[in-house]
Design a protein around this ligand. Structure first.
Ligand code: ADP
Ligand code: MG
Length: 362
């Protein structure tokens, strides 16, 4: 089911100050996709999710789920949480420690007074889907973090909701388990015909899981797009920086050619990916570390987009070296193959491809 959010506003007052948790949020979440709200802590992600679920009352705006308006200030509509037919998975899982796996998963059906035989059947089907068949009698406390996560998912799915919402569901797992569980979750979700709204502050999680990412900042949605659009074609400095590691360089637009935008920066004159800015505009250049491939030596001639520098630091991180290259007045971060032959102090140069020089607003 599609979800529509229009003009949503929610302000809190804390110690006499107004906190704009949601500040005119407009959003369409298409049916049957994985849609992620990504942003730093405190930007309003949980508040937005809680408004959609009905656990928080907004100040203004409208929320529709499918064809039904579930909340509207102007039309004075409020559909309570239990009638919105949603499933929710929280950061803490909120599974009940005193109950076994079966009872945890059966709970939503029991509270809907579904007949016992049907409950048994549906719980069995859901547990088998999340690969917990045979765990029915296991006390919830005797499960690993990953298994608890799957119980929480099963409980959210058992009533067959059309929409499932996740609030940072993997943040309590250690790094390795988080990666495994993320893959598992993606495979579960792709098998379901369901709209998933996923909240996280973890950019890798957002990139790996989502069909669409909406980046939030200070109560507003800044940019929306598929993971590659957000990573490679961000429009703002904030998004370019938040979604991945980035070298951000101040620049000024000096020329527009048919297929490129030319800027002047402390790295020299650079031919960049075409961007819609007027000449003279101050912009920010975003160079991803993985696009910088330095070679030993000094560049011959003065070809465009060739940047000289000196290796300042080199750190071995297992699958790569991370290096800082001093270029003019800047230190640029780059990732190098582990078998490269550079040392700190080496003079290097590298070429940046125009379509890998992204220009974003200052
Ligand atoms: P996120 O989930 O992105 O970390 P939240 O939606 O939890 O952010 O919070 C957004 C902002 O609203 C934060 O500044 C937070 O402190 C504030 N906030 C959230 N809930 C309340 C509340 N009940 N009372 C006061 N301030 C709140
Ligand atoms: Mg939160």
């Amino acid at each position: 089911m599609e979800i529509q959010v229009k003009g949503l506003r929610k302000h809190f007052t804390s110690e006499g100050k107004i906190i704009k948790a949601l500040d005119d949020v407009n959003l369409t979440i298409p049916a049957n996709t994985i849609f992620t709200l990504l942003g730093p802590s405190g930007c309003g992600k949980t508040t937005l999710l809680r408004c959609i679920v009905g656990l928080e009352t907004p100040d203004a705006g409208e929320i529709s789920i499918g064809n039904e308006v579930v909340w509207s200030s102007a039309k004075n509509i409020y559909i309570p949480t239990e009638k919105r037919k949603l499933g929710m998975v929280f950061q803490t899982y909120a599974i009940w420690p005193h109950m076994n796996v079966f009872d945890n998963v059966a709970y939503p059906l029991q509270s809907q007074k579904v007949p016992k035989d049907e409950i048994r059947e549906r719980v069995a089907k859901t547990l088998s889907f999340v690969q917990l068949k045979g765990f029915e009698k296991r006390p919830a406390t005797k499960l690993s973090g990953g298994q608890q996560q799957r119980v929480a998912l099963a409980r959210a799915l058992v009533a067959e909701p059309k929409v499932i919402l996740f609030d940072e569901p993997l943040s309590n797992l250690d790094a390795k388990l988080r990666e495994e569980t993320r893959k598992e979750l993606k495979s579960f979700l792709s098998k379901l015909q369901i709209t998933a709204v996923y909240v996280t502050h973890d950019r890798v999680e957002a990139l790996a899981l989502s069909d669409t990412i909406a980046v939030m900042k200070e109560g507003q949605i800044i940019e929306t797009g598929d993971p590659k659009k957000i990573y490679f074609n961000a429009e703002s400095r904030f998004v370019a920086d938040f979604i991945g590691r980035a070298n951000l360089v101040s620049a000024v637009v000096i020329e527009q050619t048919e297929s490129n935008t030319i800027v002047q920066s402390s790295l020299g004159k650079l031919k960049c990916k075409k961007a819609d800015f007027p000449n003279g505009e101050e912009v920010t250049l975003c160079l991803r570390p993985e696009f910088i491939h330095p070679r030993k030596g000094t560049a011959e001639g003065t070809a465009a987009n060739i940047i000289p520098g000196k290796i300042e630091t080199l750190v071995f991180v297992g699958d790569a070296y991370e290096t800082e290259i001093r270029c003019a007045d800047m230190l640029l971060l780059a990732r190098l193959e582990p078998e490269m032959d550079l040392e700190s102090g080496d003079q290097v140069f590298f070429e940046v491809k125009p379509n890998q020089c992204l220009i974003v607003a200052k």
